[in-house]
Design a protein around this ligand. Sequence first.
Ligand SMILES: *[C@@H]1O[C@H](CO)[C@@H](O)[C@H](O)[C@H]1NC(C)=O
Ligand SMILES: *[C@@H]1O[C@H](CO)[C@@H](O)[C@H](O)[C@H]1NC(C)=O
Ligand SMILES: *[C@@H]1O[C@H](CO)[C@@H](O)[C@H](O)[C@H]1NC(C)=O
Ligand SMILES: *[C@@H]1O[C@H](CO)[C@@H](O)[C@H](O)[C@H]1NC(C)=O
Ligand SMILES: *[C@@H]1O[C@H](CO)[C@@H](O)[C@H](O)[C@H]1NC(C)=O
Ligand SMILES: *[C@@H]1O[C@H](CO)[C@@H](O)[C@H](O)[C@H]1NC(C)=O
Ligand SMILES: *[C@@H]1O[C@H](CO)[C@@H](O)[C@H](O)[C@H]1NC(C)=O
Ligand SMILES: *[C@@H]1O[C@H](CO)[C@@H](O)[C@H](O)[C@H]1NC(C)=O
Length: 567
Amino acid sequence: MILSSLLVVPLAFPSVFGKLTAGIPGGVLLPRNDTSYLDSLSDNQRELFNYAMTGLDMNFAPPFIFESTRYSAWYAVGLLARNEGDDLAVASQIIQDVISFQYTDPNDLWFGTYQGETTAPTPGDVYAPKECPQAYTSYDLNMGLFVCTSFIIALEEFSNILDPDLVDLMKRSMYNATIGDGYRVGGVDGDNLYPIYSNPWYMRVMSATYVGNMMGDANMSYWGDHWANEAIQAFDKYSTISEFNSGTYTGVSLYALSLWGYMPESSVISSRAADIITKTWETVGQIYNPTLHTLGGPWDRTYGYDLRRYFGILGGHIAGLLGGIADGSAPIPRPLVGCSHYGDAVILALMPLTAKFHDPYVPASVIESLKSLSGPHAYFAQSVSPPFDDEAYPRNYTTWTQDGLSVGGIESDENVVGGPATSQTAYVPASFIWKTDVPEAKDRGRLAWMFHHPTASSISAVVSSTNLTIKYPPSRAFPEHSTTSNIMSFLFSGVYKTTLTQDFLANGTAVYSGLKLTVSGNVASGNRTLVYGQDAINEVSFYNLTYTIPDDLGDEVPTLIWEFEKL
Ligand SMILES: *[C@@H]1O[C@H](CO)[C@@H](O)[C@H](O)[C@H]1NC(C)=O
Ligand SMILES: *[C@@H]1O[C@H](CO)[C@@H](O)[C@H](O)[C@H]1NC(C)=O
Ligand SMILES: *[C@@H]1O[C@H](CO)[C@@H](O)[C@H](O)[C@H]1NC(C)=O
Ligand SMILES: *[C@@H]1O[C@H](CO)[C@@H](O)[C@H](O)[C@H]1NC(C)=O
Ligand SMILES: *[C@@H]1O[C@H](CO)[C@@H](O)[C@H](O)[C@H]1NC(C)=O
Ligand SMILES: *[C@@H]1O[C@H](CO)[C@@H](O)[C@H](O)[C@H]1NC(C)=O
Ligand SMILES: *[C@@H]1O[C@H](CO)[C@@H](O)[C@H](O)[C@H]1NC(C)=O
Ligand SMILES: *[C@@H]1O[C@H](CO)[C@@H](O)[C@H](O)[C@H]1NC(C)=O
């Protein structure tokens, strides 16, 4: 049905706005339009957009790209921006097809969101909705926000070229998506949408603010402002986004914030979004390491360690600001096509379009720090994510950044293991990432890393210029609901033509491809195991160095100290 309708392109969408001299059915030649929307973008943003779209075109398998409603909606907006050949017709069809996958029964908890996986059954007794965060399996309410926010861009930038009937359909679809999002209350029905879940929260603020105004729904506008105030209060505690330092999710939050330029001037979020963008970049500028071309750790939620080996949306922002695709200095994989988390790269069809509301708010000093390292530096930041943190015990971030090395630690005392997303693989409370000394390591394999795999809910990882100290203190914030552990695990990446053997660090000291490490502390005297290849995290195999915490420590806090020196 969908496939065949794609072939019959309605004549209401001829490519008269295309850049090329277009022949429409009937053979009429239309005048050339040399003014492209894309000419309004900065050179770097236009290059990024074109680079991304070239790969996405190759991956477009009608009716969808990556069998995904979300990614297809994003790609459609990119096609509208390019508007060459049959782009407009294809985009219009994709938008209709995406909307045909939207849930329309207001009695369902998942009302208004779009089916994530297009071949999956709808939620029901065969595909049962589960408690959060498993609610992200049979349905995903964030999809509604991802699609709705992209439609905001489509309406604001391209409604002049869209068929009015399609515009009307999009508005009704956005309205349902936003009403459905309104069903979500953190902690109710297993939902986890709290103000500290920054990336969908900022998208919800933008959706309700925009759609409330568009549809004249005062209640929706009220909630858009209300949720904006909650987001601002959460931000203002420490001038940080609660999903702190994430290659992917800091990027999604910035994407959402950049929509402020489309919001009514009287809205709450339009008065603060630019400032939040600025302050967020001030933290990124401190932790990004230009000598490694990646964001240093620690990471609240990460899908990789080197932004040139997986696609993180924040890397797309930096590529849009600085360029660097041709010479490989941009913090995005090269080639982009087929990289780890390539699906998320579809957002590069959107971000260059809203860069006008984002790029001017990145301070010049931050741009400089993204380009080159002024010198070694330490940094301290805080963030708090109730109800997973007690407000009295915020998370403390310490980082050390120098030429060829980034070290980071988080001190956190939460009621879950693995951060608010309860993911032991995404939450990286302590890390090293450094430049190896292997000459043949080029685009891949040039960085090595070590990260601490969290097994306890209370972990103190603190960095100085010489030491990374990791402790498992008893919980003060949630003494009744804490998880303790009898191991401390450290996962090391492999390095080209390098083999670690059982004597690695056995006497307490080792050099691993350019990084000298000395381990001490009461945990280091416990038994240890070292194995490679048992498992993979974020598609990467690792050495697992695990210390058993001795059970005769008495009142001593389990402690392991890594002294480090970049050679
Ligand atoms: C040419 O394209 C631009 C950008 O899409 C549009 O604003 C303009 O109206 C078009 N001009 C003509 C004559 O179609
Ligand atoms: C929006 O939801 C209503 C039910 O409240 C449904 O009748 C309508 O078809 C939906 N609109 C779209 C565009 O799916
Ligand atoms: C107003 O919006 C809130 C948040 O979406 C929703 O819970 C409530 O039902 C709405 N009230 C009305 C009268 O529509
Ligand atoms: C973070 O540091 C503050 C002092 O700045 C301290 O009061 C708090 O307990 C620390 N948080 C954790 C989780 O240890
Ligand atoms: C680093 O740890 C070592 C070993 O515990 C200790 O001697 C040294 O004082 C520490 N240095 C700093 C700066 O904390
Ligand atoms: C520890 O072992 C490494 C080899 O694994 C060796 O190079 C180093 O000299 C040893 N250090 C000490 C203090 O014995
Ligand atoms: C690392 O090894 C330890 C000891 O065998 C094991 O308990 C743990 O699950 C492993 N961690 C990962 C992430 O594979
Ligand atoms: C270390 O392992 C050995 C052999 O498996 C065992 O006998 C010993 O009790 C262990 N020591 C500790 C502190 O766990």
